[in-house]
Design a protein around this ligand. Structure first.
Ligand SMILES: [Cu+2]
Length: 518
């Protein structure tokens, strides 16, 4: 447990109204815990109050993000400071601002340290990090580290609420190998609103293995994020984040690449000196699916899923990501020919984006082709599920716009507590996720990655056959996954499992997982 109690921090405004703020129930040096049941009920009540009171973000900021004029927006690589104990300290300020998304129209947006989206953070396995977060929004939020294997007390779920004006400084050890993570809000009922408004950033984990060393890793030179969003927005420039907003006749779904609307600013271009470029792909859409291909039909090399480097480089011609899912690809390029990537958007909600747009034209000054990637990038060991600690059923269903897991709409902590999954550290489990509806869902589990066993009875292929933390759940499908709960237990804080269509999550398709010590 590396959670840091920081009594030196200024008291946050919420601590008076919220007797169980993020600091109060944290593990103290004496290891004393509040009653979990009482704590969760209290948190649920506070979260609801926060939601009701913050009936709308007031976009007070006046910062304006620059629009691109052709070249790829490259998010800032955020510097850290190192404190006396060697902890890398990052500062993330949740801000409001305005951004031009539709031509000539200013939209109210949010971002980390800027008006829209956020910086990229790079860390290495074994690093101890501290995230100094200040919520400069006008309503409660959280910051969740999607895909991070960290204690639930710092996971940034609905129990880690940060009131408007308050700060939170979770600290944790980077306890996983190279992968592409991201960070975004995860409070009750406002996840889609806050992500769509722009609160999304990338967290890249590196490690010291030969596999990771073989991949391009100089940020901004041969390593770039591609954060792609199909963004629901009204013709007046108001970002939409509900089913009603998705289906409104005035809503369109522009495709944004690192915050730039390709329909307005054109296909981003990128010219590098390298002969191999590594892209960290994130579908940051709240609902829509995105499929990446080359305009010439050629192949590219997938080197990572969302949770880990692949065992071997995988040659693919197409790669689909649901909302929240990531992948890493390498493109080999020389001065003899540029490469254009395109994205095909598929509606993931009641209504959504569609069509295919070019999202990047990559050129290089290199005259010599890249050397081959190693045949092995990572080791992959299948979990032994011959005698699982538990088997569970996760039934996804809905009634109109109310979304259920196992019949419960998880819109409050109390509802989720009534529907919680309890397990113990060390348990290996097999879950059968069913979707008996015609809706497309995704499934994301916090804490540990999982291995897909079967999809409609058939073993998966490609990246879906290795470590994952977010997967597509097709309509009328049965998906069997296995996972092992390693390292972190807590009798106060829960992890979340939910649909990563963030609209569905806010409509109730979420519940909680308690990992106990025994
Ligand atoms: Cu869903």
């Amino acid at each position: 447990m590396t959670y840091r109690h920081r009594p030196e921090s200024p008291a946050s405004a919420d601590e008076h109204a919220n007797p169980i703020s993020h600091r109060a129930p944290s593990t103290t040096p004496t290891g004393k815990h509040l009653s979990r049941r009482g704590l969760l009920r209290g948190i649920g009540a506070v979260a609801l109050l926060g939601t009701a009171a913050g009936a709308g973000l007031k976009f007070a900021g006046s910062a304006s993000a620059a629009t691109t004029s052709g070249t790829l927006n490259i998010p800032t690589l955020l510097d850290s400071t190192t404190d006396s104990s060697g902890t890398k300290v990052f500062t993330l300020n949740m801000e409001t601002g305005t951004t031009t998304i539709l031509s000539g129209i200013s939209s109210a947006t949010c971002g980390f340290n800027q008006a829209f989206l956020g910086p990229v953070l790079k860390v290495t396995q074994g690093d101890v990090v501290q995230m100094d977060i200040t919520n400069n929004l006008t309503e409660v939020s959280t910051v969740h580290w999607h895909g991070a294997h960290i204690p639930p007390s710092v996971d940034g779920g609905p129990q880690n609420t940060i009131a408007a004006g308050a700060s939170f400084s979770p600290s944790f050890t980077i306890n996983q190998a190279a992968c592409t993570l991201w960070f975004h809000p995860h409070a009750l009922a406002t996840t889609a609103k806050h992500i769509a408004s722009g609160l999304a950033g990338m967290l890249i984990v590196d490690d010291a293995t030969d596999g990771a060393a073989a991949l391009p890793s100089t940020y901004g030179t041969d390593q770039f994020p591609l954060i792609v969003q199909s963004l629901p927005i009204s013709s007046a420039g108001v970002i939409q984040y509900t089913t009603a907003g998705e289906t409104a006749s005035t809503t369109s779904f522009p495709l944004l690449v690192n915050g730039s609307n390709v329909a307005v600013n054109g296909t981003p271009t990128l010219t590098v000196d390298a002969s191999r470029v590594r892209f960290h792909l994130l579908n940051a859409s709240i609902a829509d699916l995105i499929t990446f291909t080359r305009t010439d039909g050629g192949s590219f090399t997938q080197v990572a899923s969302d949770a880990a480097l692949l065992a071997e480089p995988l040659t693919v011609t197409s790669l689909q990501l649901v909302g929240g899912e990531r992948a890493e690809i390498c493109l080999d390029v020389t001065s003899s020919a540029s490469i254009t990537l395109q994205a095909t958007v598929t509606a993931g909600g009641a209504r959504g984006g569609s069509g295919t747009k070019s999202i990047l034209t990559l050129s290089s000054t290199a005259t010599t082709a890249a050397t081959s990637l190693p045949t092995s990038l990572n080791t992959f060991t299948a979990l032994d599920i011959s005698s699982p600690s538990a088997t569970r059923k996760i039934a996804l269903s809905n009634s109109g716009n109310t979304m259920y897991i196992n019949g419960v709409a998880g819109t409050t902590m109390t509802a989720m507590e009534s529907n919680e999954i309890m397990t113990t550290v060390g348990a290996t489990e097999v879950w059968t996720i069913t979707n008996a509806t015609g809706l497309t869902h995704s499934f994301h589990l916090h804490d540990v990655p999982f291995q897909v066993q079967t999809i409609n009875g058939t073993a998966p292929t490609g990246a879906y056959a290795q470590w994952k933390d977010t997967i597509l759940i097709s309509p009328n499908s049965t998906n069997v996954i296995a996972m092992q709960f390693t390292d972190y237990s807590d009798d106060t804080y829960a992890y979340m499992l939910h649909c990563h269509n963030a609209v569905h999550e806010d409509e109730g398709m979420m519940t909680m997982l308690m990992v106990m010590s025994s």
